[in-house]
Write a protein that binds this ligand. Structure first.
Ligand code: XMP
Length: 532
């Protein structure tokens, strides 16, 4: 749904004149504060008459006519935030992941393929055994790798299914026996056909376990009897339980999870747009079924980004194109005219950004979003608030003027984010770094900051820092908190949908004392509130 200024139809209470003076609509509020750039913590939203139950508030959104999301949250295309595991988790929970480009193009294409080929609940590369191995080999493997399972499908060198070693025989007393001796042979095994279960694999596996009492694992094979994966009863039960409490996954017409990828607008050594490389790269992503491509740069209101958007729009008329970043109405119009569907708003708000310090530019997010929302193109493009989200209330504020948010920092500590876990003084952390940090630029993201063709003797100028985030749980838990907070906000504002949130929002300026009052204060906190 696109932004509209029309009042929400369930708005029943007449607005009292004193309310009108103190809690203003976006236009009146931001004009009163013209010349002052405000961000999330500078403002608060006034409550309105409501007949909206928070849990019933609809948070569906779209990035283009073709790309719909069930929640308005996108994971950032950063090398410490989004690779396939994060993109899978985002899509499973109704959002979208943008796979970063700090890797080779071939690797990025593979990451997209992983998301597009992912089957929920299916262990796609189960650990297998070969017929001439011994049970003792499997016991060693379990010990070395700390596996918590003892069942092994048996395959030949081409991956063809030969049997299954059940956990009952993976024991010291049988260590001298060969796998071939110990396994259940192929003809004794139940299997599922990958094509037959394609439409709804979870339902198919659930039906299988219901029918076959006492069986806890089932293998999936293709038409050549090649092993394609393994379902376990406990995984299926967990997923079904989770489904009841969460939003629907975002999928394409072929029932595959949605996935986005970022690309850069690089130039050749002579300074021209590297058309051949860009088209080749995006062509390969499209081949794998990518649903959205983001032309990600720190400054999107530039010749190079405009030309890249035009080129891709011409070549891929159906592909959802995201471009950015900009913070002006003119910048939005420029990218919209070039053919972008959705535009990223944000320069310098990110938790790891130093652009405002290093370059002295950038606009705090609420003002940037308001200005962007007044562009002439607002009726035909979607706006994505990128950076600076630290709590669910920020999402509510951002969504009063935009269609989705991009999160980096709030997702970087999740288990699905790339990177190793570090232990420091007994606490667990994951690395989180700006794509404009020196290390990330050396790994490939320099083009994003216009520094890809630097003289070898000249060090790049960093616009981001390397940092740590405390390890948090699964993405699903974080998203449930963020979406729960968004829905609470919608309930307070009487907004049954995100479109209604635009018209229902009334703004007030908040002072530092007001901010202090807004957070827990004058207490001894024994448990820290997360995301709220
Ligand atoms: P959060 O606040 O969610 O912000 O951690 C993530 C967003 O920050 C942007 N980004 C950067 N901006 N220097 C910058 O000025 C950087 O090094 C940098 N790295 C990422 C990006 O828009 C991301 O989505």
């Amino acid at each position: 749904m696109l932004y509209s200024n029309m009042a929400h139809s369930s708005e029943k209470s007449p607005t009292h004149s004193v309310d009108q003076v103190f809690y203003q609509e976006a236009d009146a509020f931001f004009k009163t504060h013209a010349h002052t750039a405000l961000t999330y913590d500078d403002i608060t939203l006034a409550t309105r008459y409501s007949d909206v139950l928070p849990r019933k508030a609809q948070v569906d959104t779209a990035l283009s006519e073709r790309l719909k999301l069930h929640i308005p949250i996108i994971s950032s295309d950063m090398d410490t935030v989004t690779e396939s595991e994060m993109a899978i988790a985002m899509a499973l929970n109704g959002g979208l992941g943008l796979i970063h480009y700090n890797m080779t193009e071939a690797q990025q294409v593979k990451e997209v393929a992983r998301v597009k080929n992912f089957v929920h609940g299916l262990i796609q590369e189960p650990i297998t055994a070969k017929p001439d191995q011994h049970i003792g080999d499997l016991l060693k493997l379990i010990e070395n790798k700390q596996y918590n399972f003892k069942t092994f499908p048996v395959v030949d060198t081409h991956g063809k299914l030969l049997g299954l070693v059940p956990s009952a025989v993976v024991k010291e007393r049988y260590k001298g026996r060969t796998v071939k001796e110990a396994m259940h042979a192929r003809k004794e095994l139940y299997t599922l056909d990958e094509v037959a279960i394609e439409k709804d694999p979870i339902a198919a596996a659930d039906a299988f376990f219901n029918e076959h009492l006492g069986i806890h694992k089932v293998l999936v094979v293709d038409k050549n009897d090649t092993l394609r994966g393994l379902f376990t009863l406990s995984d299926i039960e967990r997923i079904i339980e989770e489904r009841a409490a969460t939003v629907k996954p975002t999928r394409d017409a072929q029932f595959r999870l949605l996935c986005g990828a970022a690309v850069s607008a690089t130039r050749t050594a002579s300074g021209d747009l590297d058309k051949q490389r860009i088209l080749g790269h995006v062509g390969n992503l499209v081949q794998e079924g990518v649903d959205a491509v983001a032309i990600s740069t720190a400054h999107g209101h530039t010749l190079g980004v405009g030309e890249t958007v035009k080129l891709l729009r011409q070549e891929h008329p159906e592909l959802t194109l995201i471009a950015g970043n900009v913070t002006s109405a003119e910048g939005v119009d420029f990218l919209a005219d070039a053919g972008a569907d959705a535009i990223k708003i944000g320069q310098g708000p990110g938790s790891i950004c130093t652009t405002r310090i290093v370059a002295g530019v950038g606009i705090p997010q609420m003002t940037a979003l308001y200005v962007a929302s007044k562009s002439a193109s607002r009726g035909k493009v979607r706006l994505i608030a990128d950076g600076g989200i630290t709590k669910s209330g920020d999402i509510v504020k951002a969504m009063t003027l935009s269609d989705a948010v991009i999160c980096g920092g709030v997702l970087a500590g999740c288990k699905e984010a790339p990177g190793k876990i570090l232990e420091i003084n007994g606490k667990l952390y994951k690395e989180y770094r700006g794509m404009g940090s020196l290390e990330a630029m050396q790994a490939g993201s320099a083009a994003r900051y216009g520094q890809s063709n630097l003289d070898k003797n000249r060090k790049a100028t960093a616009e981001g820092v390397e940092a740590l985030k405390e390890v948090s749980g699964a993405v699903r838990e974080t998203l449930l908190q963020l979406v729960g907070g968004l829905q609470s906000g919608m309930g307070y504002l009487g907004a049954p949908s995100l479109e209604a949130l635009h018209s229902q929002a009334r703004f007030a300026r908040i002072t530092p004392a007001g901010q202090r009052e807004s957070a827990p204060h004058d207490i001894i906190e024994i448990k820290t509130a997360k995301n709220s």
